[in-house]
Design a protein around this ligand. Structure first.
Ligand SMILES: Cc1cc2nc3c(=O)[nH]c(=O)nc-3n(C[C@H](O)[C@H](O)[C@H](O)COP(=O)(O)OP(=O)(O)OC[C@H]3O[C@@H](n4cnc5c(N)ncnc54)[C@H](O)[C@@H]3O)c2cc1C
Ligand code: FES
Length: 663
């Protein structure tokens, strides 16, 4: 008989795992949380000249701190016992606070190697600054977000130590936090029913300087990036919002301890604007202890952790938020890089040229691009839409363009680093369904690969809030063996065992899919030439795949005709004459049936009308309809807000007496 496995996670950790859709997978990860220290951890702890500790003071307030002494001060007489011999520095808020029966969280972290191991336990004896701890939880942490730093000991007696206490952050504290790239957080759940998850944790947090925002002298906000999915800290904060933060002045040797109350921010514009952030933590400061010059070390300048290249900071997030209101305006962007992806596909990287950030986007969305009015070759002022195939760091957009006709050829011929172009957006509804637990099939052909790559990066690389631990089948048809993103796909497949990539040099059809996919209940995402998409859609429907499980994007006017779709286009448009008033421009025109759409009528009459894809996809042409009745000329991918209509896809309805538009 097999013994039932007792979860090492408490109820609030499990609640968050459930909320983000990883609870099942984490049940397997439970095996990595041991109640003893492996030999490698024991050897590692014994080498450390400093060690991080989280514990509660006698009032129940958690504090995070760094202990420092000669290597060997942390030892492990056996695999279940941790011994800490001193190391607590004068003025530490935990001085004299630890007694037998108290829980502590420990963290060995070496910035020189980026190695870190966690060990939590219960104090069994506390004498003369020495702690004997019975280990309850021990596990390794990956090195991500840790900045490389080298420490140098300070000669004893050569550094002045001073302890400053206050109820709020001083100007010097705020300055230290604003430039910090690292902090530590101690949190606890000591509830009687917390089971094996009961205890204190101390965790490392790293980011680019400016990743912690000082909102005011009592409040901080910091991002949570993708981690190990245990959710120890967040789970503890849900159970018991009090926490302790530790910031270190690596140049001057100060320790800044904060007693805080933590609050989790699950969504909202600030979170969306912060590249790489999955959630935000807001900290309300209750008490501040600054231990000036306390640490017997100084550190070299950091070498930033590689993972941070794809994360933001608050000044960028603020600029991104400021840009959020400009998604329906043309903005200048500089071309900062051009990469040849295959014989006929080129990627262009753009950075805003107006001093603002890039507006946040959801992977799968696109931007519209307007060719400059001075361009030759007939391309002047032409507008096309291109998927954001990646947004590597929240500071740039990448589009990947196949050389085809007028505009794409012009872009290939003329866009080089240093050039400027106007973009509008992002927009579009072809995005990954957040929170789905179903396996996913991404089906693409030709340049239809771009939204799939964007979504894949969002799911696996960029630390999206939709991080997907369920199976992903990436199925692509490409004419050339060296198709765009070949190496990237191979790298992703090698690094993620939930991703299976199948690329073939002939068109993907239903027969191929049936061979590739185990029987399951999938979400399908389609993008490619119109014929490919229609065939795949119909084939999937014949296999009884529900209509709502099939999402697609068409790169042109010809979209998939859904079977039994409720929103079939109305074609009862007026042939004329119908007066059309553009109230904001003060222009009046007459619809006589000779224009394809209200957008074309507006443009023909000199009304500055926004547009992007001109095919009902991007939503750029949504405008308020103040009076009258319009008919849609096609099924649109974009849903305008209530009271708005898509100018590119509408005409006055037959019988309409007047149309009034808020333009
Ligand atoms: C939401 C959305 C996202 C998109 N994302 C991307 C993307 O990520 N990457 C991308 O490359 N495109 C993308 N497109 C398509 C893009 O907007 C343009 O339609 C495409 O670049 C063609 O524009 P063009 O001016 O070069 O061709 P046009 O001159 O407008 O010609 C249109 C079509 O005619 C045919 N054609 C014209 N000239 C030639 C020629 N010389 N040789 C062969 N065929 C020709 C092609 O089929 C071409 O697509 C997207 C479109 C939409 C609506
Ligand atoms: S221009 Fe894109 S929806 Fe109308």
């Amino acid at each position: 008989m097999t013994a039932a496995v007792v979860s090492p996670f408490h109820a609030q950790e499990l609640e968050i795992q459930q909320r983000v859709g990883v609870r099942e997978q984490m049940a397997g990860a439970a095996a990595f949380i041991r109640d003893y220290m492996p030999d490698q951890h024991r050897e590692f702890f014994a080498e450390l000249p400093f060690f991080f500790l989280g514990a509660l003071d006698v009032s129940g307030q958690p504090w995070a701190t760094m202990l420092a002494a000669d290597p060997g001060f942390v030892s492990t007489p056996d695999a279940r016992t941790l011994h800490i011999n001193g190391g607590m520095l004068p003025g530490d808020p935990l001085t004299g606070q630890l007694h037998a029966g108290d829980h502590v969280g420990g963290l060995g972290l070496a910035p020189t190697t980026r190695r870190r191991n966690r060990v939590n336990g219960e104090v069994v004896a506390a004498h003369d600054g020495a702690l004997r701890i019975a280990v309850t939880q021990s596990f390794g942490n990956c090195p991500q977000y840790i900045q490389h730093r080298q420490h140098t000991p300070v000669v004893p007696g050569t550094h002045a130590v001073q302890v400053l206490r206050s109820a709020s952050l001083t100007a010097a504290d705020r300055e230290l936090i604003a430039r910090a790239d690292t902090f530590f957080i101690a949190s606890a759940n000591l509830a009687a029913d917390a089971g094996r998850g009961r205890g204190v944790d101390v965790s490392h947090r790293g980011g680019r300087p400016g990743f912690v925002r000082v909102d005011d002298e009592h409040t901080l906000t910091a991002p949570e990036f993708v981690g190990n999915f245990f959710f120890n800290t967040m789970g503890n904060l849900l159970a018991h919002p009090r926490a302790g933060l530790l910031f270190i002045d690596f140049e001057r040797g100060d320790m800044l301890h904060l007693a805080v109350e933590g609050e989790i921010i699950w969504d909202g514009p600030q979170l969306q604007a912060f590249a790489g952030a999955e959630r935000l933590l807001r900290f309300h400061v209750r008490e501040v202890v600054r231990n000036v010059g306390a640490l017997p070390f100084r550190w070299t300048d950091p070498q930033p952790a590689m993972q941070l290249a794809r994360t933001g900071n608050w000044s960028e997030a603020d600029r991104t938020q400021a840009a959020a209101s400009l998604t329906t305006s043309w903005r200048p962007f500089n071309v900062v890089d051009v990469v040849q992806e295959s014989s006929d596909v080129r990627s262009f990287y753009f950075e805003p040229a107006d001093g603002l950030g890039v507006a946040a986007h959801v992977p799968g969305q696109f931007v519209s691009l307007r060719v400059p009015d001075w361009a030759g070759d007939g391309a002047a002022s032409q507008i096309r839409s291109y998927t954001i195939s990646d947004a590597p760091d929240g500071r740039r957009y990448r589009i990947s363009v196949k050389r085809q006709g007028l505009v794409s050829s012009w872009l290939h011929a003329h866009l080089a680093p240093g050039a400027q172009i106007e973009l509008m957006g992002p927009g579009g509804d072809f995005t990954f369904e957040e929170g789905t637990q179903r396996p996913v099939v991404m089906l693409s052909a030709g340049i239809g690969i771009t939204p799939m790559i964007a979504m894949l990066n969002g799911l696996l690389v960029n630390g999206s809030r939709t991080r997907h631990k369920h199976p992903i089948y990436f199925v692509h048809g490409a004419r050339e063996v060296a198709h765009p993103f070949t190496v990237h796909l191979q790298t992703l497949a090698a690094g993620h065992n939930n991703l299976a990539v199948h690329v073939q040099q002939k068109r993907i059809d239903i027969k191929v899919l049936k061979e590739l996919l185990p029987f399951d209940d999938y979400d399908f995402y389609l993008c490619g030439p119109a014929g490919f998409m229609q065939d795949m859609y119909e084939g999937l429907r014949q296999l009884n795949v529900a209509d709502e499980r099939i999402r697609f994007e068409a790169f042109g006017p010809a979209s998939v005709r859904r079977s039994g779709a409720a929103n079939a286009p109305a074609v009862s448009t007026a042939t004329g004459p119908v007066p059309v008033r553009f109230v904001r421009s003060g222009i009046e025109a007459t619809w006589d049936g000779s224009h394809g759409s209200l957008l074309e009528l507006a443009e023909a009459n000199g009304v500055a009308a926004p547009s992007g894809c001109r095919s009902g996809l991007c939503g750029s042409c949504a405008v308020g309809l103040e009076a009258g009745d319009v008919a849609y000329t096609r099924t649109c991918g974009s849903q305008p807000a209530a009271g708005q209509v898509l100018l590119c896809s509408t005409a006055p309805r037959a019988g309409a007496s007047e149309i009034v538009l808020a333009l």
